[in-house]
Design a protein around this ligand. Structure first.
Ligand code: SSA
Length: 424
């Protein structure tokens, strides 16, 4: 959530953020109007309450000839408050909902644009392979190797469903465990999180109210399946005040992720690129409210992802997200895109985001700084690895003419020493 003080003092900055991120600037004007109305109403209500309280204290000791007038005034005050207090509550509720919907201003370094076409390439690593034979896509390889099935999955689970089989499942677990082990070596605390969470956790992280459409919600139970472990990892410290010397907190989690993908209906329906249920190793950092420190942690999260891709020997590039592709709360966002031969281009496999205090204000995550001042923390997150999407480059790039797939050195210890997947 943006800082209500910022809306009050510099509404133009929030209007600019709305224009840059493709949000409706009207909502900013409405929030400014509601905030002004709230302050007016609050001033009147507080004055009337003060008078009513003072009067009720005095009324007992008033001489009889003054009592009637006092009682009349008390009745007037009661009626005015009975009229104004519900209006104040209504204005406060409408303002609170609007504040949850306003966009966070992007870092000035963010390229201005409206879609991922306007993202800007920062760096590349590795050389996309040129095959001396007609390369197969991951579904053909999956069928040949007996490790991916979709027909039976769709039969029992509907669109975008899949089975991994035998070494296919083992390869997914190997990649996920490799990522977790790298983060453990780098001092991240591993959590195995709840993925069925309350609305409050979704709101605390910014996935509600605006992202509600993408979420599988169990209405009867008022619980939500998370689309990412970012939600339980950030909400872990919801409503807590940490000490500055406890920061930064570094968390990672391997979790299932569930997404309705209504925004992408009809896109990427072939293959494993966009599915409703997948696994991801997530990394989250909660740090002090310092933009320079936040930028350093952003680079750390990116490096973790790049080190994983380099160990898997997968060529990739890093792009900086443009303002229209960043999302409501992000101040800074980089995507890592890995070469996908069957698509003939790089495909997003990681997304690294800095929020400054946007999430911490919603989640009420604070810390006491060295001067004893209590402030909202900053939060950041990045993908470490997500499967089955990562299996697309992993299978397609390391394939050989006979349909076998070389297993990168880094994964062999997790595959019982297996050096390649071979057609059954
Ligand atoms: N529908 C999907 N199917 C398969 N993989 C997905 C899907 N949605 C996201 N992913 C994978 O998960 C990664 C992170 O998703 S994200 O929405 O971009 N970002 C997050 O979830 C952040 N919490 C950082 O992980 C994506 O880069 C992609 O690799």
């Amino acid at each position: 959530m943006i800082d209500p003080e910022l809306l009050r003092k510099e509404p133009e900055r929030i209007r600019e953020a709305a224009r840059l991120k493709g949000f409706d600037p009207e909502t900013v004007d409405l929030a400014v109007t509601l905030d002004r109305r709230r302050r007016e109403l609050l001033a009147v209500v507080e004055r009337l309450r003060a008078e009513r309280n003072a009067l009720s204290k005095r009324i007992g000791s008033l001489p009889p000839e003054e009592r009637h007038a006092a009682l009349t005034r008390a009745t007037v005050l009661k009626e005015r408050l009975a009229q104004l207090e519900p209006e104040l509550r209504d204005v406060q509720n409408r303002l609170q909902h609007l504040l949850l919907c306003l966009p966070n201003p992007p870092a000035p370094s963010s390229p201005v644009g409206s879609s991922d076409e306007d993202n800007v390439e920062i760096r590349r690593w590795g050389q996309p392979p040129s095959f001396p034979f007609p390369p197969r896509d991951h579904l053909e390889l999956g069928r040949l190797l007996g490790i991916i099935e979709t027909e039976r999955a769709v039969k029992l689970a509907g669109s975008r469903a899949y089975f991994l089989k035998n070494e296919g499942a083992l390869l997914e677990w190997a990649v996920l465990r490799f990522a977790v082990d790298l983060l453990l070596r780098r001092g991240y605390t591993l959590l195995a999180p709840p993925v069925l969470v309350l609305d409050e956790a979704m709101t605390a992280t910014g996935y509600f109210p605006l992202g509600r459409e993408e979420v599988y919600r169990l209405e009867r139970d008022e619980l939500n399946l998370v689309g990412t472990a970012e939600v339980p990892l950030v909400a872990y410290h919801m409503d807590e005040t940490l000490e500055e010397n406890e920061l930064p907190r570094r968390y990672c989690a391997l979790s299932p992720c569930f997404r309705r993908e209504v925004g992408s209906a009809g896109r990427d329906v072939h293959g494993l690129y966009r599915v409703h249920q997948f696994f991801k190793v997530e990394q989250v950092i909660i740090c002090e409210a310092d933009p320079d420190a936040s930028r350093r942690y952003h680079e750390e999260l990116l490096k973790n992802a790049e080190d994983i891709l380099q160990a898997l020997e997968l060529p990739y590039r890093v792009v900086q997200a443009c303002t229209g592709d960043m999302g409501q709360g992000q101040v800074l966002k980089h995507d890592v895109e890995t070469w996908m031969p069957s698509r003939g281009r790089y495909g997003e496999t990681h997304s690294c985001s800095s929020f400054h205090d946007f999430q911490a204000r919603r989640a009420r995550i604070r810390y006491r700084d060295r001067n004893g001042r209590v402030r909202y923390a900053y939060t950041l997150n990045n993908t470490a690895v997500a499967s089955p999407r990562i299996l697309i480059p992993l299978l397609e790039i390391h394939q050989r003419e006979d349909g076998s797939v070389r297993i990168p050195e880094a994964l062999r210890p997790y595959m019982g020493g297996l050096e390649a997947l071979v057609p059954r």
